[in-house]
Design a protein around this ligand. Structure first.
Ligand SMILES: Cc1cc2nc3c(=O)[nH]c(=O)nc-3n(C[C@H](O)[C@H](O)[C@H](O)COP(=O)(O)OP(=O)(O)OC[C@H]3O[C@@H](n4cnc5c(N)ncnc54)[C@H](O)[C@@H]3O)c2cc1C
Length: 170
């Protein structure tokens, strides 16, 4: 984990006004989040190009990762600032856990629906809810690791900063 001041400079091709509109005004990063085992992983520091970062991406969810990777692949030095658990909503508390539980309960529902058909019956029930939740948590952890945390070392143009970005001037 790296924490501290993100030293940001406006790229010369972006006007002061546009910079304010599109990039926002991000001056510093304050660490407010207790690191978990993933966000605490050391990430490859960005190689500085002598004029600071070209772009600050606030939020290390799916959109933030996509933006940071796209910019890095086009040559930008990127500060990716994550204020919550790395991976954001979808992998941690949104799509992945919700669809895992929805699919599990669908199996129970579908079995119960079999008796609508003549000559058929099927049964499925939840034997161990804790096991269902553990499997869901394992999936979340493995996808968070594979799709987010493990990607960062591959991009030496992206410097991941754990902490909450707050407004300022660039
Ligand atoms: C229960 C649920 C189920 C869902 N299911 C689906 C689905 O099946 N399919 C689908 O397409 N979408 C689904 N979504 C929507 C999907 O999760 C979101 O659209 C997606 O995660 C948004 O990604 P994002 O990167 O824009 O934001 P997020 O993933 O929310 O990431 C934003 C990140 O920015 C951080 N942040 C905010 N402010 C700051 C700051 N000042 N400094 C630093 N960091 C900051 C936050 O902590 C967060 O980690 C679901 C959402 C929920 C809640």
């Amino acid at each position: 984990m790296r924490k501290g001041i993100a030293d940001l400079h406006r790229p010369p091709h972006i006007s002061q006004a546009a910079n304010g509109r599109y990039l926002g005004a991000i001056a510093s990063v304050e660490d407010t989040t207790s690191p978990d085992e993933l966000t605490a992983r050391p990430c490859q520091p960005a190689k500085r190009n002598g004029r600071g970062y070209d772009l600050a991406v606030v939020g290390a969810g799916s959109a933030g990762f996509s933006a940071a990777i796209t910019a890095a692949e086009r040559g930008a030095q990127v500060a990716l600032i994550g204020g919550g658990t790395i991976g954001g909503t979808c992998v941690n508390i949104g799509c992945v856990p919700s669809k895992t539980l929805v699919r599990a309960m669908e199996a129970v529902h579908q079995a119960a629906a079999a008796k609508r058909f003549a000559g058929m019956s099927a049964a499925a029930r939840v034997d161990d809810w804790d096991a269902v939740m553990r499997q869901k948590d394992d999936l979340v952890s493995s996808l968070r690791q594979a799709k987010y945390a493990d990607l960062l070392p591959a991009y030496n143009r992206i410097s991941y900063r754990q902490g909450k970005a707050r407004g300022g001037t660039v």
